[in-house]
Design a protein around this ligand. Structure first.
Ligand code: FE2
Length: 386
């Protein structure tokens, strides 16, 4: 099983044996967090006005997350970190310097979505488990040690983790599996940015983005791709319920995930802007630099004849014109879409100009018609409600 779990680690220079989860340091980190939360609650309780309350900053859980991360992850070597001097040091002429710090990574690919959220939103996790530090340590442990069943105190999490860890898709197509994880993290970031701009629940939106393609953990049957939104919602639901996100939030996340492929769910839900944002973020990521490269690579662009190249570019530009005014669910998604699409269009317009400057194109009107190679609809298509 471990062979299937090394994709994340491949991105790292060195791979060491997995470290044992360190219960003691996790408990210490959580105790520090509890102390800080207690101070925060105490300060809030004596604040008189809304202004005073607003002035009390919620503790940043970054160091707690870091300590937990180190406790449950694999040390992979060292990396450079830029150390900026303080203002005082700068006055004395000190310069920024690089120093070596330990690097940590997870080997378990299934953990990537959960860990990404966990490490970026430690407050949320700590709040969910505020009075249950032991449960939190179990949860953190379960993230990295799904193989070791004795640590599970949650059947739902264990079930979700095991499904991802045993992913036949990832085993058979490691590069596609890696893409799926990278894509999921980007979709989470895009969805999070839209949520922030639109005033949605940012954390819930990030989780929805991370899990929107989680069904890729299974081998697709004939209708697998078409059903992968509904399947992902089914896999995500018990995990989300276990996180204690609340019935409505869980349903809205699941509904957004379910409809992101073909706009259909197999359970009741509303097509809210929040739910539609899952598909919007997915489509926005589909039209950026990486997909542009992938589309050309898939078409075997460099091996096409000059006339085929031009036909391919013309067809792509026609398609992009059709996409110009698509109805995205929010203003922010529309703005991001226009931005991405214009990068795409500019690239293809430049490419056409370059082709037209090539030998044989000055009299292009008299050329015989050349069909473009078959268009890959998955690569240059949209999913969801469009
Ligand atoms: Fe998808």
């Amino acid at each position: 099983m471990k062979k299937a779990l090394t994709m994340v680690a491949l991105a790292w220079a060195a791979v060491c044996a997995p470290a044992q989860a360190d219960e003691k340091s996790m408990q210490e980190a959580l105790a520090r967090w509890e102390q800080r939360m207690a101070e925060y609650d105490a300060a809030l309780s004596v604040a008189q006005t809304d202004e005073q309350k607003a002035a009390i900053a919620h503790p940043d859980g970054a160091d707690v997350a870091e300590a937990l991360w180190k406790s449950i992850s694999t040390k992979t070597g060292e990396r450079d970190e830029l150390v900026e001097p303080t203002n005082e040091e700068r006055m004395r002429g000190a310069k920024a310097e690089m120093r070596k710090v330990p690097a940590y990574a997870f080997e378990e690919t299934w953990a990537a979505p959960a860990v990404f959220w966990f490490i970026n939103r430690p407050q949320q996790l700590a709040r969910l488990y505020a009075n249950k530090p032991r449960q939190l340590s179990f949860f953190a442990d379960a993230l990295i040690k799904s193989i070791d069943k004795r640590h599970y105190n949650s059947p739902a999490i264990a079930e979700s983790c095991a499904k991802l860890a045993e992913s036949p898709y990832f085993i058979k197509k490691p590069e596609s599996g890696a893409y799926r994880l990278e894509h999921s993290i980007r979709v989470a970031r895009i969805a999070g940015a839209i949520a922030k701009a639109e005033g949605f629940d940012e954390e819930a939106m990030i989780i929805a983005g991370l899990l929107h393609d989680v069904s890729y953990c299974r081998e697709f049957d004939e209708d697998g791709w078409k059903n992968h939104g509904r399947d992902a919602a089914r896999i995500a639901r018990p995990f989300l319920e276990e996180l204690g996100l609340g019935v409505e939030t869980v349903n809205e996340i699941c509904y957004g995930i379910a409809i992101h492929v073909d706009d259909e769910a197999d359970f009741e839900g509303e097509r809210t802007a929040f739910a539609l944002t899952v598909g919007d973020a997915d489509n926005i990521d589909r039209f950026d630099a990486y997909r542009l490269y992938e589309t050309l690579e898939n078409a075997g662009y460099s091996k096409l004849s000059a006339a085929e190249k031009k036909a391919h570019v013309d067809r792509t530009l026609e398609r992009l014109e059709e996409y110009a005014d698509l109805p995205f669910a929010t203003g922010e998604a529309s703005r991001l879409w226009r931005e991405r699409l214009s990068v795409y269009r500019d690239f293809y317009i430049r490419l056409r100009q370059q082709l037209e400057m090539s030998i044989g194109y000055c009299e292009r009107d008299s050329e015989p018609e050349v069909g473009a190679p078959e268009m890959n609809e998955n690569l240059l298509g949209l999913a969801g409600h469009f």
